[in-house]
Write a protein that binds this ligand. Structure first.
Ligand code: NAI
Ligand code: MN
Ligand code: ZN
Length: 339
C-alpha cells in the first residue's frame, strides 16, 4: 500500500509499505477520503511539539472496513466508517471523568501513531464509527473537524439567547459558527477575522454579523452597537485575544480557548472575577463522533460549505502548499485515495 510519510521536518514521501494486519480489537480501514488540517502542516514543517518521525500524518479520514481483527464482530466487514483519532486508555483519571481527549497516555492517530493519509490504516474498532447510508462520503470525512465544535459547545452549553463572538474564520471558527447557528439556534453570532474572504465564508456558514479587525477596533465597534457577547470562542488563538475577550464579555459570560500557543497571555484577574466569567479550554473531542453523526443525519450542519478543494493523494504536496499559502480561497482541502 502507499502511505504519505513525513520522514523528518520538510521531507514528505509517498512510500510503499506492507499492508498492515489488524491486531485483536482493531479493524483495517480502506481509506477513500481524508481532510488536511493545520496540524498536518505543522507536523510536515516540524512545528508540532508532540510529533515523532517518521509519521504517516492525517487524523480526519473516512473509508470502509476491509478486515476486522480478532474479537471484532465479523459483521463490521464492509461498513463505512469515520475514525475518531483520539485513542485513550479508558481507566486513568481523565478517562474516568469523561475526558479521554486528555488521557494520561493519549495517542492521537496521525500525530503519536500512524494516521489516515494512506491507502489503509489499522485503528481500534471502537474508534471506527459506522456512518449511516444517508450521510454521503464527503460529509463523513468532515465529522472530525465538527467534533471540535461539538466539544467547544459541550463546555459552553449555548442557548438561543446567547450573543456569541467567534475569533477566527478558519475551519475551526466556521465549524463553531455552524454548530451555534444550526444546532443551538443562537440568536446572534458575530465573527471577527482579518481576511475579508474568510468573513464571507463565515456568512455562508450562518454568521449574522462579521467584522474585519485588521485596521479597526472590535471593541469600539461593539461598544458603538452596545453589544456585550455572552459567549466568546477563540478559534484564532493569538495570546493577546484572551484579555480582549475578558474586556468584551458580558458579566456572567463564558470564554472558550482552543489555542496551543506557548507564549504567555497577559490577563488581569479583576476583569475575570469582577464579571464572574467562566473560562473553558477545549482540546480535540471527548466522545463527540456520535453527536456529530446525529447532527449530520438531521441536516443541522453543512460540511459542503467548508470544502473548497479536493486533490488525488499523489498531489498531496501541492494540496498542503495551497492550504498553507492561500487562506483567502482555501478552507478544507480533501485528499482522495484509490479512485
Ligand atoms: P486557521 O489558521 O485556518 O484560521 C485562523 C483564522 O484566525 C485565520 O483566518 C486568521 O486570519 C484569523 N486570525 C488570526 N489572528 C486573528 C486575530 N487577532 N483576530 C481575528 N482573527 C485572527 O486555523 P484553524 O484550522 O481554523 O484553527 C484555528 C486554531 O485552532 C489554530 O490555532 C489551531 O491550532 C487551533 N486548533 C485547536 C484545536 C483544539 O482542539 N483545541 C483543534 C484544531 C485547531
Ligand atoms: Mn483536524
Ligand atoms: Zn486514559
Amino acid at each position: 500500500m502507499k502511505s504519505i510519510v513525513i520522514q523528518k521536518p520538510n521531507a514528505l514521501l509517498i512510500e510503499e509499505r506492507p499492508l498492515p494486519a489488524p491486531a485483536a480489537g482493531e479493524v483495517r480501514v480502506k481509506i477513500s477520503l481524508a481532510g488536511i488540517c493545520g496540524s498536518d502542516s505543522h507536523i510536515y514543517r516540524g512545528h508540532n511539539p508532540f510529533a515523532k518521525y517518521p509519521r504517516v500524518i492525517g487524523h480526519e479520514f473516512f473509508g470502509v472496513i476491509d478486515a476486522p481483527g480478532e474479537g471484532v464482530e465479523a459483521g463490521r466487514l464492509g461498513q463505512r466508517v469515520s475514525v475518531d483519532p483520539v485513542i485513550s486508555c479508558g481507566h486513568c483519571w481523565p478517562c474516568s471523568v469523561g475526558k479521554p481527549n486528555v488521557c494520561t497516555s493519549l495517542m492521537v492517530l496521525g500525530v503519536h501513531r500512524d494516521g489516515g493519509f494512506s491507502e489503509y490504516a489499522v485503528v481500534p474498532a471502537k474508534n471506527a464509527w459506522t456512518i449511516p447510508d444517508a450521510i454521503p462520503d464527503r460529509h463523513a470525512v468532515m465529522v472530525e473537524p465538527f467534533t471540535i465544535a461539538a466539544n467547544v459547545t459541550g463546555h459552553a452549553q449555548p442557548t438561543d439567547q446567547d450573543i456569541a463572538l467567534i475569533y477566527g474564520a478558519g475551519p475551526m471558527g466556521l465549524v463553531t459558527v455552524q454548530a451555534l447557528k444550526g444546532v443551538y439556534k443562537v440568536k446572534q453570532v458575530i465573527v471577527v477575522d482579518r481576511i475579508d474572504e474568510r468573513l464571507e465564508m463565515a456568512k455562508r456558514s450562518g454568521a449574522d454579523w462579521t467584522f474585519n479587525n485588521a485596521e479597526q477596533s472590535l471593541q469600539a465597534a461593539l461598544e458603538e452597537k452596545g453589544i456585550k457577547p455572552t459567549l466568546i470562542v477563540d478559534a484564532a488563538c493569538h495570546p493577546t485575544i484572551l484579555q480582549e475577550a475578558i474586556t468584551l464579555a458580558s458579566p456572567g459570560g463564558r470564554i472558550v480557548l482552543m489555542g496551543f500557543s506557548s507564549e504567555p497571555s497577559q490577563v488581569a484577574q479583576q476583569g475575570i472575577t469582577g464579571k464572574e466569567l467562566s473560562i473553558f479550554s477545549s482540546r480535540l473531542n471527548a466522545n463527540k463522533f456520535p453527536v456529530v453523526i446525529d447532527w449530520l443525519e438531521k441536516g443541522l450542519i453543512d460540511p459542503d460549505k467548508l470544502i473548497t478543494h479536493s486533490f488525488d493523494y499523489h498531489h498531496v504536496t501541492d494540496a498542503i502548499e495551497l492550504f498553507e499559502k492561500d487562506q483567502r480561497q482555501c478552507c478544507k482541502v480533501l485528499l482522495t485515495f484509490g479512485q
